[in-house]
Design a protein around this ligand. Structure first.
Ligand code: ADP
Length: 467
C-alpha cells in the first residue's frame, strides 16, 4: 500500500475513532461526574406528579398529601407546593404554606432562566385541573441539585446545522491539512531518495545524480549520506576494478615471465645433457644462462612471496644496530664488479666514517638492490649510476641516480603502486612490485622514499631513514 493511501486511511480512521471516543467519554464521564437534574427533565417530572394527583376523580387532601410526599421521598431535594387558583398553598412539602399573588408567580417564571444560570432555585409551575377547578403545582429545585454543567445544541433547520458545524469542521481540518502538507513534502523527498537509490549504477561512467536537499532534518542528512556513500562506492568500485585489471595483468605477466626463462633453461640443460656443445667456453655460457634465469625466477618468486606475506600482515622487521655505510659500501662493490665492462660510469660517494642505524639489514639490502637494479635495467642508456650516502643530524640519506630514459611525469605519481609499470605492455621486465615493496620496507623503518625524474636528464630515488 502506498504511503499516501496509508496516511489517508489513518487520518480518516483516527478522525472517526476520535469522534466515537469523544461521544462515549462525554456521556460516561458526564453520567459519572455530572450528576443532578437536567433542565429538560424538570417539566416531565412535574407533569408526572400532576398526572398522579389528577388520577383521583375527587379532590381529597390526604390523597394529594400522599402523592406529594411520595414525590418528595423520591426526590428529596425538590420542594413541592400545591396551589389553588388564588395562589394559596394547599400543601407544601416544606411545611411553609406560602401564598403567592399572580404577580409573584409571574416574576418567578420571568426570572427562571436567570435563576437557573445564577445558582439560585429553579421554579417550575405546572397547571392542573380537578373537578373543573384549576390548581398549580410549583416545583422548586435548588441549583445544587441541578447538573453542574449542561451543553445545548439546538438545530431547528438543516441550514443551522451547517452554520454550527462548519466552523467546527474548519477548525478541526487545520491540523489535518497541515499534516497532509507536511506528509506530502516528506513523501516527495522520500520518493526522490528512493528513485536515486534505484538508479544508482556503480559501474557506469555517467556522472552520479546528486540529491539536492539543503534541509538539516533527518531526511536532509540521509540525502547527504546518500551522496557521499554513492561517491565512495563509485570510487571504491573503480579502485577494485583497477586492482582487478592489474591482478589479471600480473598473472599473465607472471606466467610469461616464468615460462620464458624456463624454455631457455630447458634448451640449455638439454644441450648440456646431450653433450651437444662445441667447447668448454660454450658449456660455461650455457651454465651461466641457466644460473641467470634461475636467479631471475628466484627473484620473481621472492617478490610474490613478499606481496602475499605483506597482504597477510606478516611483514615483520627485526631492528638491530648496523653499520649502514658498511652495508652500502658492500653492495656498491658488488655492482662495481657486475658493471665492469658495461661502460657505465659509476659514481659512488660514501663517507669514510661509520653510520650506525637500527635497521633490518637483509630488508634494507633488498631495498638498495631493487633501486640499483632498476637504475641499471631502465636507466642504462644514460651510462651513469650514482650512489650517494650522507648523514644529517636526524636522518640518513641514501640517493641513487641514473641518467636514462627516466619516468614520464604522468606516471610519476603511481610509480610506488603495486603492479604499476610504465610500460605495462612489455613482458619479461618485472611485475611492477619492486618499488611497492621498497616503499613498504622503508616506511616500516619510519623512513620515506621520494622520486624525481626528468627523462633522459636525471632520475633520482632518495631514501631517508631517521637516526
Ligand atoms: P619492476 O619489477 O617492473 O621493475 P618496480 O616496482 O621496481 O617494478 O618498478 C616499477 C616501474 O617503474 C618499472 O616497471 C619501470 O617502468 C619504472 N622504473 C623504476 N625505476 C626506474 C628508473 N630508474 N628509470 C626508469 N623507470 C624506472
Amino acid at each position: 500500500m502506498k504511503l499516501r493511501t496509508k496516511l489517508w486511511l489513518s487520518l480518516v480512521i483516527s478522525a472517526a475513532l476520535s469522534m466515537v471516543l469523544f461521544g462515549y467519554t462525554t456521556v460516561w464521564i458526564g453520567k459519572a461526574a455530572n450528576k443532578g437534574y437536567a433542565l429538560l427533565e424538570l417539566n416531565p417530572l412535574a407533569q408526572s406528579v400532576v398526572d398522579a394527583v389528577e388520577e383521583h376523580p375527587e379532590f381529597q387532601l390526604d390523597a394529594l398529601k400522599q402523592t406529594l410526599d411520595r414525590a418528595h421521598a423520591d426526590h428529596p431535594a425538590i420542594r413541592w407546593v400545591w396551589l389553588d387558583d388564588q395562589g394559596h398553598s394547599i400543601y407544601d412539602t416544606a411545611g411553609m404554606n406560602p401564598t403567592f399573588t399572580f404577580h409573584d408567580l409571574a416574576m418567578l417564571m420571568r426570572k427562571m432562566p436567570e435563576r437557573y444560570l445564577k445558582d439560585n432555585e429553579v421554579p417550575i409551575l405546572t397547571p392542573a385541573t380537578k373537578n373543573g377547578q384549576t390548581y398549580f403545582l410549583l416545583m422548586s429545585v435548588p441549583a445544587s441539585a441541578m447538573k453542574q454543567g449542561e451543553v445545548y445544541f439546538l438545530i431547528r433547520k438543516l441550514s443551522s446545522l451547517l452554520t454550527l458545524v462548519l466552523p467546527l469542521i474548519l477548525s478541526f481540518s487545520v491540523p489535518f491539512v497541515v499534516a497532509l502538507w507536511l506528509f506530502s513534502t516528506l513523501n516527495k523527498r522520500i520518493r526522490k531518495l528512493n528513485l536515486a537509490l534505484n538508479q544508482l549504477n556503480i559501474q557506469s561512467d555517467s556522472p552520479l545524480v546528486e540529491l539536492v536537499d539543503t534541509s538539516k532534518d533527518e531526511l536532509g542528512q540521509l540525502s547527504q549520506h546518500y551522496n557521499s556513500m554513492a561517491h565512495r562506492i563509485r570510487s571504491q568500485f573503480a579502485e577494485i576494478q583497477q586492482f582487478e585489471n592489474k591482478r589479471r595483468l600480473l598473472l599473465s605477466n607472471l606466467s610469461h615471465d616464468l615460462r620464458t626463462p624456463l624454455t631457455t633453461m630447458l634448451g640449455c640443460a638439454e644441450m648440456i645433457r646431450s653433450g651437444n656443445y662445441e667447447d668448454q667456453k660454450e658449456l660455461q655460457t650455457r651454465a651461466k644462462i641457466i644460473l641467470q634465469r634461475c636467479r631471475y625466477m628466484d627473484k620473481l618468486l621472492d617478490q610474490m612471496l613478499d606481496i602475499s606475506r605483506h597482504d597477510a600482515g606478516n611483514l615483520t622487521i627485526r631492528l638491530e644496530n648496523h653499520n649502514f655505510s658498511e652495508i652500502v659500501r658492500k653492495i656498491a662493490a658488488e655492482y662495481i664488479m657486475v658493471l665492469d665492462g658495461d661502460q657505465i660510469h659509476l659514481d659512488v660517494e660514501i663517507p669514510d666514517e661509520d653510520i650506525h642505524l637500527p635497521i633490518d639489514a637483509p630488508l634494507m639490502e633488498r631495498v638498495l638492490r631493487n633501486i640499483l637494479d632498476n637504475a641499471i635495467r631502465y636507466g642504462k642508456d644514460g651510462r651513469y649510476l650514482g650512489i650517494q650516502l650522507f648523514a644529517e643530524e636526524h636522518a640518513v640519506n641514501m640517493i641513487v641516480r641514473d641518467k636514462g630514459k627516466g619516468i614520464p611525469p604522468e606516471h610519476q605519481a603511481h610509480i610506488f603502486e603495486r603492479f604499476y609499470r610504465v610500460d605495462s605492455g612489455r613482458q619479461g621486465e618485472g611485475l611492477g612490485i619492486g618499488l611497492a615493496i621498497v616503499k613498504d620496507i622503508v616506511e616500516a623503518h619510519d623512513g620515506s622514499i621520494e622520486m624525481s625524474s626528468m627523462p633522459n636528464v636525471e632520475t633520482v630515488f632518495r631514501i631517508r631513514v631517521p637516526r
